[in-house]
Ligand binder design. Structure first.
Ligand code: G4P
Length: 546
C-alpha cells in the first residue's frame, strides 16, 4: 500500500511519472446509499486491507478511544474525514473520505476542492437523492469528472433504464452504462460488461469474504439460459439489443468535462461488480490536472512544489492534543522538512513534521507527489485555504464558505473557563467546524455561532466540553441569513441599516456582515444601500478569504 518511502527516491525527472500514476477522488452519496461499504470493498480488492470490515472495526476502536466521537456513534453518522491511500494496478490511489451527514456538508465541499474526480454512489431503489444532488452540484461547478456506481442491485430496486434516465434528466449529464445487471433483487447474479462483452457471474458469500466471481460467459453462449436462468437470460439479451442501438460511446473528453458519466451496476455488500469497478476507476479517473492560481495555471508535473490546506483537524488523538493541517499537493514533489513560501504569512518556513494518514493511523511521510495528501503537524501556522509553494510566489483561490442559516450565541457556563473557551472556539473556527461572528455594537464580545446545519452546534458544544473541559450554554437567535458587506471600516458608517430585524456583526478579521431576520430584511438592506456590495456567501466566486 505504501508509496511514500523513508528516503526520497525519485529524481526530478521521475516526478512526472509519479504524478501521472496518481488518482485522487472522493465518494459522494446520500447517507445510507453504501459509501462506507464501497470504500471498504475498494480497499479490500486493492489489497490495502486484509478483511472487509476492518475500516469499520478501526472506526469502532477509535470511538472507544475518543469520547466526543461517541456522538457520531450514537447518531450513526460520520463526522471525521479520513484520507486513504492505496496502490492498485500500478496506480497510486488517494481516496478522500467525506463526512456523510448533511450538516457537515461544508466540510465535504471543501474535500471536493482537493480531489480530481468523484464516484457517485446511488441506491438502486432510490436513485438520485437530495444530498447526492447537492454534492453533485459542487462537482459540476468544479467541472469534476464523475463515475457512477448504482449500488444495492441485490434488493428490489428501480428499473436500470429508468435510473439512467433520471441521471440524465436530474443531473443533466449523459449516462453511459459500462455494464448491465443480470437479474434483479434476489435474482441478481452478475453483470454483463458492455465493454468486453463478457458476462461476470458472482456468488453471494459471507460478509467480508473477498472472492465472489464464479465464472464468465458470452452473451451468445448456448448454455446461458441454464447458467443464469431462462428469464434473466432473455431479459439480458433484450437489454443488450436495446443498448446496442441507444448507448453512446464513452467520450473521454466529455467525461473529463463532467458532461458524461460512466455507470456501473453492482452490490458493494455482496462484492458484485466491485472489482471490475475498481479496474475501471483507476483506468478512467484522471491524474492530477493543472490548477488555477493567481499567477495562471500550475502544471502538476513541471511547476515545482505547491499545495494548499483544505482541512484542519484538531485533537485527532486526545493523547496528543495536536492539530493537523491536511495539505493537497498540487504540483511537484513534497519532501520532508523542505523550506516553502507561506503565501498568507508572506514568509519562508520549514514545513513541520508530515504524516501520511490512513484512516486515523499515522505514519511519518518523507515524500509525496502532486495528487497526494499529507497531514502536517500544525502549531498554528495554517488555516483552511493557505497556499504553500517552493519559490513559485502564487496563491490558490480561496476555498468556498457557505451561507449560514442558523445562528446562536454561545457562552461558557462559568466565567472562570473563559480562556479555555476562547482557545477551543478559535481552534474549531480554524478547522472550519463553524463560523464565528461578533456583534459590533455590543459591550461584551460574545461569540455568535453561524452554522449551515443544526448538528454543527452540538458538535461545537460537545467538543468544547470533551476537549477543553468547558460546558457551554447556547442561545438561539432568530436570524435566518447573513450578508457580507464589502466596505472599508470608514465607509461602513455610511451604511443605512433597517431599524428592526437586523444585527450588525463582524468576523475575527473585521469583515462586516449583517444577520437578517428573513428575506424581506435582506431585500430592504440591499435596496437601501445600492452603493455597497452585499453578498450571501454561497460559492467559490463570492467566497471571502479568511
Ligand atoms: P453510507 O456510508 O453511504 O451511509 O452507507 P453504508 O455503507 O453504511 O451502508 C448503509 C446500509 O446499506 C448498511 O446497512 C449496509 O450494509 C447496506 N448496504 C451497503 N451496500 C449494500 C448492497 O449492495 N446491498 C444491500 N442489500 N445493502 C447494502 P445497515 O443495516 O445500516 O448496517 P449494517 O448492519 O450492514 O452494519
Amino acid at each position: 500500500m505504501a508509496t511514500l518511502t523513508d528516503e526520497p527516491k525519485v529524481a526530478a525527472e521521475g516526478v512526472a511519472a509519479e504524478v501521472r500514476r496518481r488518482r485522487t477522488f472522493a465518494i459522494i452519496s446520500h447517507p445510507d446509499a453504501g459509501k462506507t461499504t464501497l470504500t471498504e470493498k475498494l480497499l479490500l480488492y486493492s489489497g490495502a486491507i486484509e478483511l472487509a470490515g476492518a475500516v469499520q472495526q478501526k472506526a469502532r476502536q477509535r470511538h472507544a478511544r475518543s469520547d466526543w466521537l461517541a456522538m457520531e456513534q450514537k447518531r450513526g453518522i460520520s463526522v471525521t474525514s479520513t484520507v486513504l491511500q492505496f496502490e492498485h494496478a500500478g496506480r497510486c490511489v488517494n481516496l478522500l473520505d467525506t463526512p456523510g451527514h448533511q450538516d457537515f456538508s461544508e466540510d465535504t465541499y471543501r474535500v471536493l476542492t482537493a480531489v480530481d474526480s468523484a464516484v457517485m454512489v446511488l441506491d438502486a431503489a432510490k436513485g438520485v437523492e437530495r444530498q447526492t444532488l447537492k454534492l453533485f452540484e459542487v462537482c459540476r461547478r468544479r467541472g469534476l469528472p464523475v463515475l457512477t456506481f448504482v449500488n444495492k442491485m441485490d434488493v428490489p430496486g428501480r428499473d436500470p433504464l429508468e435510473l439512467l434516465d433520471e441521471i440524465e434528466s436530474v443531473l443533466g449529464m449523459a449516462a453511459v452504462p459500462r455494464n448491465w445487471p443480470i437479474g434483479a433483487g434476489a435474482e441478481f447474479q452478475g453483470v454483463y460488461e458492455l465493454t468486453s462483452g463478457q458476462i461476470l457471474r458472482f456468488e453471494r458469500l459471507a460478509r467480508g469474504e473477498r472472492a465472489g466471481l464464479v465464472g464468465t460467459a458470452a452473451l451468445d453462449d448456448p448454455g446461458l439460459d441454464l447458467l443464469v436462468g431462462e428469464r434473466p437470460a432473455r431479459e439480458l439479451r433484450e437489454a443488450a439489443e436495446l443498448l446496442r442501438g441507444t448507448t453512446p460511446e464513452l467520450d473521454r473528453e466529455r467525461f473529463l468535462a463532467g458532461r458524461q458519466t460512466p455507470v456501473f451496476f453492482g452490490s458493494a455488500l455482496n462484492n458484485f461488480g466491485v472489482q471490475p469497478f475498481l479496474e475501471a476507476l483507476v483506468d478512467l479517473a484522471p491524474s492530477p490536472p493543472p490548477r488555477e492560481s493567481d499567477r495562471g495555471l500550475v502544471d502538476p508535473e513541471t511547476s515545482g512544489f505547491s499545495g494548499f490546506v483544505f482541512k484542519i483537524q484538531a485533537n485527532m488523538d486526545p493523547q496528543h492534543r495536536d492539530s493537523m493541517a491536511f495539505l493537497r499537493v498540487v504540483s511537484g514533489r513534497f519532501e520532508k522538512g523542505m523550506a516553502v513560501d507561506h503565501s498568507r504569512l508572506g514568509r519562508r518556513l520549514r514545513l513541520p513534521q508530515a504524516h501520511r494518514v490512513f484512516a486515523q493511523e499515522r505514519e511519518t511521510t518523507t515524500e509525496a507527489f502532486a495528487g497526494d495528501v499529507v497531514g502536517l503537524v500544525n502549531p498554528g501556522l495554517f488555516v483552511i485555504g493557505d497556499t504553500v509553494s517552493d519559490g513559485l510566489g502564487l496563491t490558490f483561490p480561496p476555498l468556498p464558505r457557505f451561507a449560514p442559516e442558523l445562528f446562536a450565541r454561545l457562552r461558557p457556563e462559568t466565567t472562570d473557563k473563559n480562556k479555555a473557551f476562547q482557545k477551543g472556539l478559535r481552534q474549531l473556527e480554524e478547522e472550519g467546524a463553524i463560523q464565528v461572528l461578533y456583534e459590533t455594537d455590543a459591550i461584551r464580545r460574545e461569540p455568535i455561532l453561524a452554522a449551515v446545519g443544526e448538528l454543527q452546534f452540538d458538535l461545537v458544544q460537545s467538543r468544547l466540553e470533551q476537549e477543553y473541559r468547558v460546558a457551554t450554554r447556547l442561545e438561539r437567535l432568530p436570524y435566518t441569513s447573513a450578508l457580507w458587506v464589502r466596505a472599508q471600516p470608514r465607509q461602513a458608517a455610511e451604511l443605512d441599516w433597517p431599524l428592526r430585524g437586523v444585527l450588525r456583526v463582524e468576523d475575527r478579521t473585521g469583515q462586516l456582515a449583517a444577520l437578517c431576520e428573513g428575506r424581506w430584511v435582506e431585500d430592504l438592506l440591499i435596496e437601501k444601500n445600492p452603493k455597497f456590495e452585499l453578498a450571501r456567501i454561497v460559492d467559490e466566486r463570492t467566497a471571502v478569504t479568511p
